[in-house]
Design a protein around this ligand. Structure first.
Ligand SMILES: *Cc1c(COP(=O)(O)O)cnc(C)c1O
Length: 421
């Protein structure tokens, strides 16, 4: 529970020397616990648990190719599900907007940073989502920490899926609302918590992800919307991994016939399948107008660079115009799960849970030796004991790439034992 907090504990404090009358040993103690010492001690602790994280320079493109130093790797772990970050039309749109308007926004959207490109982008998002309006934030993270506290606060109730993303936890915490986690994708457990806590609260917000980022499974969006509404509550769905992939690219807020499932706040990001950067929420006009007046992560931060807005707009145009494009990641993922006897993929994300951190790191290193980039995912991103390889599939892969990956995983003995048919 709460494993997506993205938080490494600062741990127990080391006792400091007590203050003496002269204050000498107190200042010595302060010296001994310098910032560098503190960081070094914490890093050693993290390393002892095999949880060290490093940023590694990685040059992406063309396609799914990446360069790490002199090493060429095919990436099966980024979220550029449609390869649009590398698409010539998207790149050209970014370049043209940058030439026309400059490199940066210059100010917050409420001052002079709301380039006219925002209007076209928001209109397109609203059309894709079937809502009256949409609002673009600096990132998905900024969207969630701005939206959630705008609708609930102290005295209110939040119910969230236990596997929801770190930025929803952050938004919930910022809001000050009483927050309870229901078991992953368990509508009955959510109902149980509503029965228990709804009466004590004024407003109520339910939080989930359309496609879960580390597991690739999908939320029961329609059932959660009905449950939230029956309890005088609202539903926010974070569709970071569903836009561009699910329901012809429109996301998880629709049934197979394209009917809306009743999501009140359809939130997502432009930094995954749209290949660009930025967050958004699609909702009614009045909800968007209210957020412009309340969401602190919109008001007190600089607008997105014009090139980024133009790239997002072009990417969404490509998604809307090409029905085949959005189907590609799921088709590749299903080729992969069928070949390895894994549960059928529900999205572009396929986890291979290995349990132990060391095993996940080892497996990632083996795959890198064979030319595949698949980063090991460890706590606190995932619950303890569920370290994994997280494979993602993209329209940028060709079938040969996917087949070579399958063959390599079989050779390395990483696939689970096949169930007898
Ligand atoms: C990536 C992600 C975000 C954050 O989006 P950014 O635009 O990268 O800040 C939010 N929610 C989920 C579920 C994500 O996977």
């Amino acid at each position: 529970m709460g494993n997506r907090l993205g938080k490494l504990s600062t741990g127990p404090r080391t006792p400091r020397a007590a203050k003496t009358a002269a204050g000498v040993s107190a200042s010595m103690a302060a010296m001994a616990d310098s910032l560098d010492d503190f960081a070094e001690r914490k890093l050693a602790e993290i390393a002892s648990r095999n949880l060290t994280r490093r940023v590694q320079a990685t040059a992406r493109g063309p396609g799914a190719l990446t360069m790490r130093g002199a090493k060429k790797l095919i990436s099966f772990c980024d979220n550029d599900y449609l390869g649009l970050s590398q698409h010539p039309a998207v790149i050209e749109a970014a370049a043209a907007a940058t030439r026309e308007f400059g490199a940066g926004a210059g100010a917050s959207r409420l001052v002079t940073g709301s380039n006219p490109l925002y209007d076209a982008l928001e209109a397109r998002i609203a059309r894709i989502k079937g809502t009256e309006a949409a609002l673009v934030f600096g990132s998905g993270y900024l969207a969630n920490i701005g939206i959630i506290p705008s609708f609930v606060g102290p005295g209110d109730l939040i119910l969230g899926d236990e596997l929801m993303h770190a930025c929803m936890h952050a938004g919930a915490k910022l809001s000050g609302a009483a927050t309870h986690m229901f078991r992953h994708n368990d509508v009955d457990d959510c109902a149980r918590l509503l029965n228990k806590h709804r009466g004590n609260a004024d407003r109520c917000l339910v939080l989930t992800e359309g496609v879960f980022s580390m597991d690739g499974d999908r939320a029961p969006v329609g059932a959660l919307a009905a449950l939230a509404h029956a309890n005088d509550g609202w539903l926010l769905v974070d569709d970071a991994h569903a836009l561009g992939v699910i329901n012809g690219g429109r996301g998880s807020g629709f049934d197979e016939d394209g009917r809306a499932l009743g999501v009140d706040l359809a939130m997502g990001t432009l930094s995954k399948a749209a290949g660009s950067y930025g967050g958004y929420v699609a909702a009614s006009r009045v909800v968007v107008d209210y957020l412009v007046n309340r969401a602190r992560s919109l008001i007190f931060t600089t607008g997105l660079p014009p090139g980024v807005l133009a790239a997002s707009e072009m990417a969404l145009q490509l998604i809307e115009e090409d029905d085949e494009l959005a189907a590609a990641p799921l088709a590749r993922a299903r080729t992969f799960t069928a070949a390895l006897g894994l549960p059928r993929a529900m999205s572009a994300v396929v986890p291979l849970v290995l349990g132990d951190e060391t095993r996940a790191l080892e497996a990632s290193a083996r795959l890198a030796e064979r030319g595949f980039l698949v980063t090991a995912i460890r706590p606190p991103t995932v619950p303890p004991g569920t370290s994994r390889l997280r494979f993602t599939f993209s329209a940028a892969h060709d079938e040969g790439d996917v087949q070579r990956l399958i063959d390599t995983i079989l050779e390395l003995g990483l696939a689970p034992e096949r169930q007898p048919a």
